[in-house]
Design a protein around this ligand. Structure first.
Ligand code: RB5
Length: 142
């Protein structure tokens, strides 16, 4: 199960992501927001982060205008590795190397075509399980 969250700035792109997930029969729990009415991104970033950290959801996708604020908020939650990605290489690498459990994107930065390629790479790339990457991830939590 995927956890989804966005603010008003991320909402237009989140609609595209939801269509992609529906088309591909990928299950999700949507923590909002549900319109372009102005809201504060930390609440949505933290709600998704807690759902992932608590094991309710396996991974998450967060979107705000830049992807920056909402990823900073998510990364305050213990056990969360939220990666702000604007390219496919980074989305793949952050799964392989960082075992990132949340993908963050900026709707005002990344167009929908590229964003959906990033989502696909993030969801389909497994963690490498390499010892050196496990060691480094553990050091983040120390
Ligand atoms: C909202 O205007 C904007 O500040 C927010 O979506 C995000 O970009 C914050 O980092």
């Amino acid at each position: 199960m995927l956890a989804l969250g966005c603010d008003h700035g991320g909402y237009p792109l989140m609609k595209e992501v939801i269509k992609y997930l529906d088309d591909n029969k990928i299950e999700y729990k949507n923590f909002g927001t549900f319109s372009e009415e102005s809201v504060d991104y930390p609440a949505y970033g933290k709600a998704v982060a807690h759902a992932v950290a608590d094991g309710e959801c396996e991974k998450g996708i967060l979107i705000c205008g830049t992807g920056i604020g909402i990823s900073i908020a998510a990364n305050k939650v213990k056990g969360i590795r939220a990666a702000l990605c604007g390219d496919v290489f980074s989305a793949k690498a952050t799964r392989e190397h960082n075992n990132a459990n949340i993908l963050a994107m900026g709707a005002r930065v990344t167009g929908p075509g590229l964003a959906l390629e990033i989502v696909k790479a993030f969801l389909e790339t497994p963690f490498s399980n390499d010892e050196r990457h496990i060691r480094r991830i553990n050091q983040i939590e120390d």
